[in-house]
Design a protein around this ligand. Structure first.
Ligand code: G1P
Length: 308
């Protein structure tokens, strides 16, 4: 038997979701294009894939996602406009986005029905060619520290196991996530005995939630072939990984880095504020705005359409 490949070259980015939590803004705009300050969330994911040394990103997209494709393409029209006006700093920002697709290949595959995260990942199965493969959920932005996918890939290289990124979350939040039942641990690395998608309050096997980064072995794709719809009547990636536990090993790493959950409106707003405060060109002004809100006697009394 040939030795199993221990190198991860690709990442799947499921990006076919309808983004209904963000309606109406997601009616005609992919949620992956919502900005954190001035950069769409999906771009942070592609930058992480590059920093992790991956060669290929496979985006699983649905209808209405043209803007994602256009974002990673060149825009001759804007370039020309900026060239004519000699706006070099802005041209450099565009060039920075163009360089991303020179550093790895971005492929697109269509998920025709929104049948769940597990189904989206399974849709890319033929492009993965039986190799281990990373998965990145663009909603979960992880910055600082070594790139999160790289941390998982290093664990995969050592163990050959499916690897999940996990973090401890407060008890009142565990029901929003896939949650692991940990076995023996070595520091920040836990054996996974079982896992459950969105457990009922009070029934979670631990407080270790899966946060949008995975390295999947081929066993997971085989398990997804036979995974039935689960929580929310969708084919869950968590259930596919659970199926792979029958034949293979799954481990979970408490990763290093700052985690921003942009998948809910409060999380998204918080992430924008946190990132703006980290930007030297915005920090003072934003602190001023926050102070103004805090000091105003009744800042939230304005009508929704009135001045803020
Ligand atoms: C998905 C996964 C869940 C994971 C979460 C991380 O859920 O199904 O296991 O914990 O992402 O953000 P979603 O946020 O799509 O409901």
């Amino acid at each position: 038997m040939t030795e199993r490949r221990r190198e991860v070259r690709r990442a799947i980015f499921p990006a076919a979701g309808l983004g209904t939590r963000f309606l109406p803004v997601t009616k005609a705009q992919p949620k992956e294009m919502l900005p954190l300050v001035d950069k769409p969330t999906i771009q942070y994911g592609v930058e992480e894939a590059i920093a992790s040394g991956l060669e290929q990103v496979i985006m699983v997209i649905g209808g209405g996602k043209r803007a994602v494709v256009d974002h990673f393409d060149r825009s001759r029209e804007i370039e020309l406009y900026l060239e004519q006006r000699d706006k070099r700093d802005l041209l450099e920002i565009l060039a920075g986005v163009d360089r991303l697709s020179d550093q790895l290949d971005i492929l697109y595959v269509q998920q025709k029905d929104p049948l769940g995260l597990g189904h989206a990942v399974w849709t890319a199965r033929r492009l993965v060619e039986g190799e281990p493969c990373a998965v990145l959920l663009a909603d979960d932005v992880i910055l600082g520290g070594p790139p999160c996918l790289r941390q998982l890939m290093d664990v995969y290289a050592r163990t050959g196991a499916t690897v999940l990124a996990v973090r401890r979350v407060p008890a009142d939040q565990v029901s929003r996530y896939g949650v692991i039942d940990p076995g023996p641990s070595q520091g920040r690395l836990h054996e996974v005995r079982d896992l459950v998608e969105k457990p009922q309050p009070g029934r979670a096997p631990s407080d270790l939630a899966i946060l949008g980064r995975y390295v999947l072995t081929p066993e997971v794709f085989r398990a997804l072939d036979r995974t039935e719809p689960g929580a929310g009547s969708e084919i869950q990636l968590t259930d596919g990984i659970r199926g792979a536990l029958e034949t293979g090993r799954v481990v979970a790493l408490e990763f290093e880095g700052d985690y921003y959950d942009t998948g809910t409106i409060p999380g998204y707003l918080k992430a924008n504020l946190a990132m703006a405060l980290k930007r030297p060109d915005l920090r003072e002004e934003m602190l001023g705005v926050i102070r103004e809100f805090m000091e105003a006697p009744e800042p939230l009394r304005e009508s929704a359409t009135g001045p803020v």
